[in-house]
Structure formats: C-alpha cells, structure tokens
Design a protein around this ligand. Structure first.
Ligand SMILES: Cc1cc2nc3c(=O)[nH]c(=O)nc-3n(C[C@H](O)[C@H](O)[C@H](O)COP(=O)(O)OP(=O)(O)OC[C@H]3O[C@@H](n4cnc5c(N)ncnc54)[C@H](O)[C@@H]3O)c2cc1C
Length: 461
C-alpha cells in the first residue's frame, strides 16, 4: 500500500506511531502472529501489519481516523476467545486491541446498571456486581477469560440464557467509535426507551463490523435465589432429548444442558469425577425459582418417565456448582482428543431430538468422532468434530460433516449460529439464513456506518 499526503515519506509503522503517540504500536511479526487468531483454529486468518494496544477512547479514535483515511482494514480484538474467527487478522490490517481498556467505571444500585470499559472480563464484572448484592446474568462458559466488549460484539450466550436471555438483553447503552473516528452514544439508562431506531441492539452481535465499542452500560439484576440441581444419565440420546423438551416446557429452569457419551467420556478422562461413561447422554438441569426444589423434583419425575437410569439431585448450592464442573470441562476435554472443529447450531426446541439423531447419523456417515454438548434447553448444540490429522484430507472430511450439521439445523428451522457468531468461519453459510433483500439491506447498513469498508471486512455480514 502506498502512503499519501502527510505520510508519503514515512514508513507505515512510523506514520502509525506518529499518529497515535504515545499509544503502543507493535509491528514485530511474532507478536502480530500471536494476536492474529482467536480460538477457532480452522477459521481463515491473514497477516496483520500492526497491532495497536489502545488504552483509551482517544487511542481508538486516532487509530480509526488514521486507518479510515488510508482505507486500511481494522480488526478489533479483545480477549481473542471467539470461536468463529471474528477477531482473526485480515491481510494488511491493523489489529486494534481494546483488552487494556479494562476499568469498571461505575456500579449503580439505584438504576441497577454498571458502566464498564470494553476490556473488562465478564467474571470481573460479575464479581463486582455480586459484592454489591447484584447479579450480572450473561454467563458464557468463557466468562473468566472473555470481555464484556467481546460478549456484546458477539451477543454471547451461555447456560443461563434459558431463563435470563443473551448478552444483548442486558445492554442498556453503548458508547462507540464509528469508522471515521466519530464518537457516538446509543441507548439510555431508563428502563424503557423507544426514541429512534434501536441502534444499541443493532450494534450488539455486529462482530466489529459497524463500530468499536469503547464503553458499555449493562443492566444488573437482583441476586438470584440459591439453585437446586439435577444430573440424569440416559440409555439413549433420543430419550434424553425428549426429556429435555418435556422439562423445558413444564418447569421454571435456569439451566438445561446436555452432553453425549463421547463428551462425558472425555470429561471423565480429564476430571475423574466418576461419571457414568456407559450412558448415552448426561442431562444437567438447574432451577433458581422460588420453588426450585419442587421444580427439580418435577424434572426428576420426567427424567425417570423417559427411562433415565440414574438421577442425582441436590438443593445445596456448593454441591450444585461441583456438578456443573462436568459441563464446563466439555470443550477442553474434547480438545485433548485431537484436532477439533467446533460447531454451534440452534434449532427450535421441539426439533432437538431430531437434530441429535441427525448429528449421530452424520458422525456415522463420515466415520468421524463427534462429541455433542450444549445449551439444550435453548435448542443450542455444539457438535464438536474430533479428527486425528491436520492434513488436507482429514480437514476436508471434517468440513464435510460440519457442512452437513449446519444444513441439518437450517432444514429443521434453526440457525447456522446460536451464539458464537458468523466471523470468518461461517460467512459462506449466510446465504442459507438471509434472503437477497435482507443481505442487500445489511450491505447498505454496513455502508452507512462504514463507507470505506474498513471495519472487519469480509466477516459476519
Ligand atoms: C472455553 C470457551 C468457552 C466458550 N463458551 C462460550 C459460551 O458459552 N457462549 C458463547 O456465546 N461463547 C462462548 N465462547 C466464545 C467466546 O468466548 C465469545 O464469543 C466471547 O464473547 C468473545 O469475547 P472476547 O473478549 O474473547 O472477544 P474476541 O474473540 O476478541 O472478539 C470477538 C468478536 O468481537 C469483536 N470485538 C471484540 N471487542 C470489540 C469491541 N470492543 N468493539 C467492537 N467489536 C469487538 C471482534 O472483532 C470479533 O469479531 C467460548 C470460548 C471458549 C474459548
């Protein structure tokens, strides 16, 4: 790229450093490489030309003004725990890290809101809210390592979405920087707000393609009641899935998760928790309702009616937390088995048994191991394809199964992504979800926010 105007005689790095000083700018290839991918190893990634470590909104403004003037792509990244390649580098891009913007600015019990910089870890905010007797509900399994900005940009889900909704349901207001460096505020502290179009909601889940989030005002809830918990082991996946549908439609649950035998076995090998690895599926349910114990008793009855062969339950909070460890270890446990290609699909809840049947058939057809776990109460599954090699032929088979899973979810009325986002991994599948008029409108919305197309081009939309 040829620099023009005031930058014509300086190297790219010198120009960027001059425009941003004293904000740190890295150009060392090894450092750039280590920031060029998220946690989706098989999603496409390019080679970045610089990494900006923003420490303030002014740094973000300066970066975007510089990049917009020269038409240089900017990939915003936070903790890099994404699972769809959203934060992966694009050839020639500036990586804009907001991880160091990590202050909790305010927790306000009066409005039950918190104002945070984008790099605050989800768990840090949850802990601060809890200290003040409040509750930050969105709970991606990555909450200890992922940021509020990243959670908002991906509209992250988690186990408690079943009762409390996804990240976007808890965002009251945002401050963002537009592609040309303009600062903009959206939303309101008020509990209700219908002024203008809901740009806050539009920015939620936009995966760094519309603007850079520099401050978020999120809603807090009153602390939930202590939960009662149930673990049930099933002879067949179908019976487990049917029990899930029955429990979800009749009881007030705050969590309803599933793990298949492959996943349970991998977790047992990792944790030695004494899980029953001969069962076809493990279902975990939790309720924090006023009648939590009664709700879990109903679940126990429903599980037994669906031929659960072993049911464990507790009304003790600490014991319940221990039982949840099995589910939290699902992904790391499967990752130990080989190269993994993690999928994320969601189907309407009644279609869950059929989706689980289809995943098992896809594994058999492609002679692959697929460990399936997920937020079953939301119909959101993470079939994880495990394969031994990293060679092209192994990858091709894995991607063929991935393709079959995504298409099966759409055929059943579901979606190509329930919570991880589209990123670079699933962009080719957008056509399955969006009609031509919708895609064209999205293109015009993108152009209105980012006329030069510098923000995470080629991703998400
Ligand atoms: C072990 C593990 C468990 C996980 N469990 C869950 C789960 O239960 N539910 C779930 O939904 N996800 C889960 N994830 C995926 C991931 O943690 C989420 O997508 C998370 O929201 C990403 O946050 P991050 O801070 O790592 O963002 P990054 O990965 O750095 O970025 C993600 C996307 O957001 C954009 N972005 C980041 N910050 C900003 C900003 N300030 N402004 C604009 N755009 C921005 C990036 O460009 C990119 O497109 C899991 C990941 C791992 C590794």
């Amino acid at each position: 790229m040829t620099l023009t105007g005031p930058f014509a005689f300086a190297s790219f790095a010198e120009s960027l450093r001059a425009a941003l000083a004293p904000c740190p700018v890295e150009t060392d290839p090894d450092i750039l490489l280590s920031f060029s991918r998220d946690q989706a190893p098989l999603a496409p990634a390019g080679v970045a030309r610089a990494l900006v470590r923003a420490r303030s909104t002014a740094d973000v403004v300066a970066t975007l003004r510089f990049a917009n003037g020269l038409g240089i792509p900017v990939v915003t990244r936070a903790a890099g725990t994404g699972l769809a390649g959203g934060a992966n580098a694009i050839d020639g891009c500036i990586l804009l890290s907001v991880a160091a913007m990590d202050r909790i600015l305010r927790v306000d019990p009066g409005t039950r809101t918190a104002v945070v910089e984008p790099g605050v870890l989800n768990a840090a905010l949850a802990a601060e809210a809890a200290r003040q007797g409040l509750y930050y509900a969105p709970d991606p399994a990555s909450r200890e390592i992922s940021t509020i900005g990243g959670n908002i940009a991906t509209n992250a889900g988690g186990a408690c979405c079943l009762k409390y909704g996804v990240t976007g349901d808890h965002v009251a207001a945002l401050e963002v920087v537009l592609a040309d460096g303009t600062r903009m505020r959206t939303g309101s502290l008020a509990a209700k707000n219908v002024a203008g179009l809901d740009l806050t909601r539009l920015l939620v889940g936009s995966e760094g393609t519309l603007a850079v989030i520099v401050e978020a005002t999120v809603r807090l809830l009153r602390a939930p009641r202590p939960a009662s918990t149930l673990l049930a082991f099933f002879e067949t996946l179908e019976r487990a899935a049917e029990a899930i549908v029955a429990m979800e439609s009749t009881t007030d649950l705050s969590l309803l998760e599933v793990m298949d035998r492959t996943t349970v076995t991998a977790v047992e090998d990792l944790t030695h928790m004494d899980l029953d690895t001969s069962a076809a599926a493990l279902v975990i349910a939790q309720s924090d309702a006023a009648d939590a114990s009664e709700a879990i008793s109903t679940c126990e009855r429903l599980c037994r009616a669906h031929a659960a062969r072993d049911v464990i339950r507790t009304d003790d909070r600490a014991e319940g937390e221990m039982l949840l460890v099995a589910r939290r270890k699902a992904l790391p446990a499967l990752e130990r088995l080989g190269t993994t290609l993690l999928d994320d699909v969601a189907v309407p809840k009644p279609a869950l048994p059929e989706m689980m049947r289809r995943i098992a058939a896809i594994a058999e057809r492609h002679h692959l191991t697929i460990g399936t776990f997920g937020h079953a109460g939301d119909g959101n599954l993470h079939p994880t394809i495990v394969f031994p090699g990293t060679d092209g032929a192994s990858r091709a088979v894995a991607f063929a199964a991935f393709d079959d899973i995504v298409r099966a979810a759409v055929e059943l009325g579901g979606t190509i992504s329930g919570e991880h986002g589209v990123g670079s991994l699933k962009r080719d599948y957008l056509g399955l979800m969006l009609g031509e008029p919708e895609r064209a409108l999205l293109g015009r919305i993108k152009a209105a926010f980012d006329p030069n197309g510098i923000l995470n081009p080629g991703k998400a939309i």
